[in-house]
Design a protein around this ligand. Structure first.
Ligand code: NAP
Ligand code: 8YV
Length: 314
């Protein structure tokens, strides 16, 4: 059997690159690939670590059949353009839920208990001059989850162990969900004093968290965003952090990664992480393996293991 040609959009972990090299004829886009070579490429390993996969790139790939994304969120891919070409698109749903949920709880506690600032306090030798100021607490809070999908549920399960009230918002009711659902983000924000955002990115959720939602969350409110930077109006968030319209924010994602506005960097009431949700060795390896398994299954018998909703063709 001919070994399929696969183009990789951006460098992936070494274990994943080695497995790709072992299974396919791999072309590294960042090293420059001629149009003659791209013309025979049947698969793409995409990721948010590279630029967007849009029509300009797809037009150079006339033989492309499948885009396997290294990540569950696929807002890096122009999904309408992919569907128009009847491409299969897969993601890494499921294998990162627990890892991202772990990070989210860490970020929540770091934000409320001011763990990064406290650590700096110790290293800078300031403890000898007196104790670190008392912090806000998770105790007695009601936590709202925006997006009760695979990761949202893993977050909710962890929050149960932290003995806090939980509520959520999503567009559709989920009869099996144990926690009360609010019909809008605004009403959820009004009813809670922590909002954890874990919806997909893209045009449908752009600035879902705006000045109005932040005002509803209120001056004791804490925003945690582990979804995509585009979901939060970053300008409105900075204004809310500066004015005290909300208490604090914990952010793993930003509108223009890796660039973060100076004004946000200056906010002492924000904890900022460099998109770490799934970034452990074990979970990134599992994501890479599922991405490769999707490519292999597709080339072997024309079926994918984890197709995204839009490309589950009848
Ligand atoms: P998922 O299982 O597809 O869940 C997404 C949830 O969001 C669904 O329950 C969906 O329910 C809800 N939703 C979609 N659009 C919504 C809207 N406009 N308003 C309210 N709820 C909405 O996805 P997942 O695996 O949990 O991942 C969610 C996202 O997290 C990914 O797409 C990615 O952007 C982000 N993520 C970030 C990291 C990181 O490193 N920080 C890692 C992994 C994932 P309804 O359709 O019923 O509304
Ligand atoms: C990764 C993510 O940072 O899965 C996602 O949607 O945001 C993260 O797991 C990303 O996919 C790496 O490409």
């Amino acid at each position: 059997m001919m070994i399929p040609d696969v183009v990789v959009a951006a460098p992936l972990p070494p274990v994943t690159m080695a497995a790709l090299d072992a299974a396919f004829t791999v072309h590294r886009l960042w090293e420059g690939v001629s149009d003659d070579v791209l013309a025979r490429v049947r698969g793409m390993a995409a990721s948010t670590l590279a630029g967007p996969v849009g029509t300009a790139l797809l037009d150079r790939l006339p033989a492309l059949e499948i885009i396997a994304n290294f990540g569950v969120g696929y807002d890096n891919i122009d999904i309408s353009a992919a569907v128009a070409r009847r491409l299969m698109v897969t993601n890494t749903a499921g294998v990162l839920d627990e890892e991202v949920a772990d990070l989210t709880l860490g970020l929540l506690l770091a934000t409320l208990r001011r763990i990064p600032a406290a650590e700096r306090f110790v290293r800078e030798g300031r403890w000898v001059q007196g104790g670190f100021p008392l912090s806000p607490s998770l105790r007695g809070r009601r936590v709202g989850i925006v997006g009760l999908g695979g990761i949202g549920k893993a977050i909710a399960r962890r929050l149960e162990g932290f003995a806090v009230d939980i509520a959520w918002h999503g567009r559709s009711p989920q009869p099996d969900a144990l926690w009360p659902r609010y019909a809008s983000v605004e009403t959820l924000a009004q009813a809670c004093d922590v909002l954890i955002v874990i919806v997909p990115g893209g045009p449908a959720t752009r600035h879902l968290i705006d000045a109005g939602v932040l005002a509803a969350l209120g001056p004791n409110g804490v925003l945690i965003n582990v979804s995509r930077g585009t979901v939060v109006d970053e300008t409105a968030l900075i204004a809310a952090l500066q004015s005290g319209a909300i208490l604090a924010a914990g952010l793993d994602v930003f509108e223009h990664e890796p660039h973060i506005p100076e004004a946000l960097l200056a906010c002492e009431n924000a904890v900022l992480l460099p998109h770490l949700g799934s970034a452990s060795d074990i979970t990134r390896a599992a994501m890479g393996q599922l991405m490769i398994d999707n490519l292999s299954a597709w080339f072997a018998d024309g079926r994918a293991l984890s197709p995204v909703a839009e490309t589950r063709y009848a």
